[in-house]
Design a protein around this ligand. Sequence first.
Ligand code: ADP
Length: 450
Amino acid sequence: MLILLNTYPLLVSQNLVFKSKAAGMTSSVKVIESALSGLERLTEENVGQALSGMEETGVSRILVTDTAGRILFDSRESGGAQGLYAFYTEVVQALRGNDAVFCTYNDAAFISRMASPVVYHNQIVGAVYAYEYDAEQADLFKSFQSNLLKISGIIALAVLVLSVVLSRVLTAQIGELLAAIRHVREGAYTHRAAVKGNDEISQIATEFNSLTDRLQTTENARRRFVSDASHELKTPLAGIRLLTDSILHSDDMDSDTTREFVSDIGREAERLTRITENLLRLTRLDSAVVPEAQRVEVCPVLDRVVRMLSMVARDHNITLTHQCDPRAAVMATEDDLHQILYNLMENGIKYSTVDGFVHTAVSVEGHTVVITVEDNGIGIPDEDMAHIFERFYRVDKMRSRAIGGTGLGLSIVQDTVAARGGTITAAHRPSGRGTVFTVTLPLAEGGDAQ
Ligand code: ADP
């Protein structure tokens, strides 16, 4: 841009000067020519006479030559060149009958030369040569040139300062962001990048911060999970240890007590198995490698679960009822559906009160299968409602443990439902005490029911 700024205007104005010079010279030469037009032959005398009354022509020097190029008239006052020969290119051209104009510029002046033939009755009788040396305009031109240079210098300086400042600001922002990324990479999940303004880098910083938020949430969940899991595994192990120690260190333990202790050890081992099985199931669900879905009719699975739980329900004096829309089919595995129904219905029985009921209903609404499991049990307090699907969360730890709960059942149900594109919600029973769990799953299209 600066090179263009320093060349194009100069070239254009130089051209304009040349054009105006050529026009000025032509008119001056024509004036002289017309003064000489009546002369049949040019001599020093008649040319001198013809031009003696001439006013200022506006050019620096005028020469008039005869056909041989001998100078007959020179406008220069001192040191005139009369009698010498003018073998300038322009004169030679003029004597051949052509007008010749030549303009040039050197550092000091605009120099223009022009020659034109003097014609008498179609005969070339001589030539007029004009020469101009214009230092004034050259000065103007030079100051224009130096002004352009100064302007370019100022622009270059401004651009330089601006780019240095901008790159500093930019690299400082990127540097901060990089430092934040390194901090987080090293494990400081609470660290956040400072966000200033609304430019692209700030937007990257905002995105990075929200990414770190998620990372922190996941990391917290992971830590909580590991600590909860180890705690859950530690409790039955400590129980087993205590029971074995008691058996080993008491010499006179009767066989009934020993049997009781050993069966307690068995129960604790069973609990460990249940926890590890549930943990394994959750890990599989987390790894996103879900077994391939197939069309599963809901009613037969529900019948099977009801049959399995009917004994337990009878022991607890709970009425287990169910109704099922035969059109209900979902894309999942039988095991998934079994897990969902079994965990929800078993919870209904586990957290029941005397003379309770657990009612399961399966219906089809549009393209959705809706499963509700309703009980009139102890219910879930409002403050716990939001957490019951979290891993190892129990409203009443003691009660859950006492009845063999692991705190993982609802997490498994939620993850299984989500893996099959469904939703699960828990709510208070609309009429009276108890809880309603509602699962929705996409209806499997096709099959007999359609
Ligand atoms: P658990 O193995 O302890 O039953 P879950 O994940 O199945 O674990 O359930 C989490 C907690 O939610 C339970 O400990 C219990 O406090 C509460 N809960 C689940 N289902 C019911 C229900 N039907 N009625 C009352 N409370 C329930």
